[in-house]
Write a protein that binds this ligand. Sequence first.
Ligand code: PMP
Length: 445
Amino acid sequence: LTENNARHVWHPMAHPADMLANLPRIIKAASGVEITDIDGKTVLDGVGGLWNVNLGYSCDPIKQAIRDQLEELPYYSAFRGTTNPPLIELSYELAEWFKEDGLSRSFFTSGGSDSVETCLRLARQYHKVNGQPERTKFVALKKGYHGTHFGGASVNGNANNRRNYEPLLPGVSHLAAPYGYRNPFGTDDPAEIAAAIGRQFEDEIAFQGADTIAAFIMEPVLGAGGIMVPHETFMPLMRAICDKNGILLIADEVITAFGRTGAWTGSRLWGTRPDLMSTAKAITNGYYPFGAVMIADKIAEAFEANKNTVGAIGHGYTYSGHPVGAAAALATLKETKRLNVAANAGARGNELLAGLNWLKEKHELIGDVRGKGLMCALELVTDRATKTGAPKDMVQRLQDAAYDAGVMVRTSGSNVIISPPLVITTADVDRILAALETGLTAAAG
Ligand code: PMP
């Protein structure tokens, strides 16, 4: 199996030649918050799949909904002229779910990258519908992660997702990442950093011309770039600058939309209403590839009032609104609400963060601890004074030793990402911290 995997499977975000030297783990079963590999080793999934399995692996109502829907109607999507019952029900439930965020219409996709692409395309089209066809540019954040389609990669704020695929979309500019550990502003004060990036944004707008910019995109808490929690003033400030300049605000909530930060959405966490919101991942608890873009009334009404071809949506997928995905999402929303996982994410997240900070006291290797709810990271450094990121083999040693000690974590550069299912207990938090401690000792040695 491992040989065949190495010969025939290309892994995302990995070097194809690495697969024989560095064999991937073959996960063959999962239950509760644990996964079991092909050697029979069972570990706690400290990353909830890819921050999508919020409710764990034993969610029977979702599995049953998928089976039932496969029997009833295995395929017929929301492509022009057709739709299906679970999808209609889901769009109603989503409008309820996101009411507080001011989002009432949904456009369905097959995953996060599709959702981001949809937001970028709808943002440009909105301005055309609105009689401002020259608004085509995007502004984003360094360290942001927005998937790997060409549009998403263009707004991505990490070089490794971009450099081999250029030229990307023209007219994209990136503001500084909103975090204190390393920033170009010479301050550790998060409020000052937020204000400084606001000034960068205004400067960029003046330079580009406000009437050329379609949208600003951000994750309310930056995820794959290494977990950066902006100051509470940051997203409202960006909203205000967008409003002043006729620029749309896209919240990329592929990770944050269903409770991971301790709030039901990241935008709500910061008291901000976006114009477009990308969601995916936890919308089906990882059980089915699915996503939804949520659309604010202002945007929706402009499209709906425009009877010309410019108002027609020339965008969508074979699987937009797949009935099995819709049924999975409906069951997921119900379970997500019933289990009130946002509250647990907040409470367990505080315990986890306190534990990570305690580890930082003991282990020189930890340069920084960041997190909100159950999206946390440790940044490993070889020198706390210079903040030099730890090399790959060191971070890998931590990951391997933590796995041997019973917990799966992931790495991203010099960051160790911890993003377990939102249903974990305090005992699970302790298990994660104990395994990380073992991993830190192994990495240092
Ligand atoms: N946006 C964000 C914020 C993400 O974290 C991700 C995935 N990690 C994506 C977009 C892309 O989603 P997908 O991998 O499902 O295409």
